[in-house]
Design a protein around this ligand. Structure first.
Ligand code: PMP
Length: 402
């Protein structure tokens, strides 16, 4: 018998599947608000000017395509250390490992936790995910062999944080040694982030209960600004000795297809850091051996050059402010629609995503009637909107939602 004959089809990825449907939709005026990439006013995911300039430099100066070391480019790792940790943690207590994107970083970190930590003899370590969270978190953690559980996050209004439920869950559900996954900023899919006071309380509970912060930092610079977006993480690191931070440079450098990310591990001593680094490298070695050079070299080149760094900060700020202005335009546009729901809550949410509150039926109707593609949960990518077509979008949303 053929061993592959009995394999059943895996379900298609909900979000990437929508993009396929979008691409084959013949309507010229269609609009994709589903997939999580930034788009400029022309509807293009642009290559940043600082990236083009860095690539030119690399092309001129590159002398080898030899392998990188298992943990990646030293200059890149130094740049990540500075962006993510600043000077908050002594260098000998932070291990940085370059990884293929934020996804690769989460996967290496999950492999590390599954192999090095446990909830008792023969019991896998547990990781608690917010409800809801980026759908891939669950799959990555489970595939690594971790036990996955959840804590409350979004309120029943689907637009604000249910902070009491979150704290109550963190105080009662996990046990000492368990990990808690937190979105550092721009929570995907809701756009709902904790306030500084709430971060303080979360950090206290993590510290009191001996829980490991497992921080996903995929949107630094898309919320309130580069440093501001690290504020929650800073608060956490003031309160705990150990943490894992998985960062991604897909969004803030527009390097989606180059796969640039990193695992940053904070341990309590230099010795524990060195041992943890060696185990992280073992996870990389058996998985993909060593990371790709190009994207990380771009980031390192930009951040080693003050002019390119200034250019990057301007371009990042341009993306951030454009998302904010699209939020404002949409809210103002919907306010003019008689009988339309109030979308003001979108102004309090951060980053590219928001839960719009649109029902699955309304989402279906927008797709069928107008070619507007939104994820079934109602999550919209604000960056997929367009200034020039805002009235058209608001008319369409009003048509299905009023
Ligand atoms: N974490 C979150 C919360 C994300 O939204 C994403 C990207 N959609 C990632 C991680 C992964 O990023 P990357 O594309 O760099 O793998």
């Amino acid at each position: 018998p053929h061993r592959f004959d009995s394999i059943s089809l895996a379900p298609p990825d909900a979000i990437l599947g929508l993009t396929e449907a979008f691409n084959s939709d013949p309507r010229a005026d269609k609009m994709n608000l589903s997939v999580g990439v930034y788009k400029d006013a022309a509807g293009v995911t642009p290559i940043l000017r600082c990236v083009k300039a860095a690539e030119q430099k690399l092309l001129d100066g590159e002398t080898t395509k030899g392998y990188l070391s298992i943990d990646g480019l030293p200059d890149y790792r130094g740049a990540v250390r500075e962006m993510v940790f600043g000077d908050q943690v002594p260098a000998d207590r932070v291990a940085i490992v370059q990884a293929p994107g934020g996804t690769g970083a989460l996967s290496v970190a999950a492999d590390f936790l599954a192999s090095q930590c446990s909830a008792g003899p023969g019991k896998p370590m547990r990781v608690f995910l917010p409800t809801p969270t980026w759908a891939n978190h669950n799959a990555i953690m489970q595939d690594a062999g971790l036990a996955v559980d959840s804590y409350s996050y979004l309120g029943s209004d689907r637009r604000t944080l249910d902070f009491d439920a979150l704290i109550s869950d963190l105080k009662t559900k996990p046990s000492t040694g368990d990990a808690v996954l937190l979105h550092a900023c721009c929570h995907n899919p809701t756009g709902v982030d904790p306030t500084p006071d709430q971060w303080q309380e979360i950090a206290s509970v993590l510290s009191q209960r001996g829980l490991l912060p497992f921080v996903d930092f995929a949107y630094q610079g898309f919320g309130d600004g580069l440093e501001q977006d690290a504020a929650g993480l800073r608060t956490i690191l003031e309160n705990v000795d150990e943490a894992i931070v998985c960062s991604s440079y897909s969004k803030n450098f527009g390097l989606y297809s180059e796969r640039v990310g990193a695992v940053g591990l904070v341990a309590a001593s230099a010795q524990a850091t060195a041992a943890s680094l060696s185990q992280l490298k073992r996870c990389v070695r058996s998985n993909y051996s060593n990371p790709p050079r190009h994207g990380a070299a771009i980031v390192a080149t930009i951040l080693a050059d003050s002019e390119l760094t200034a250019m990057w900060k301007d371009e990042l700020e341009e993306m951030r402010l454009r998302i904010t202005s699209l939020r404002e335009l949409f809210v103002a546009g919907m306010a003019k629609q008689p009988g339309a729901p109030d979308f003001k809550f979108l102004l309090d949410q951060k980053g590219m995503f928001s839960f719009s509150g649109l029902s699955p039926m309304q989402v279906d109707e927008l797709k069928a009637k107008y070619g507007i593609y939104i994820v079934g949960s109602g999550r919209i990518n604000v960056a997929g909107m367009n200034e020039d077509r805002m009235d058209w979008l608001c008319d369409a949303v009003a048509d299905v939602a009023c």
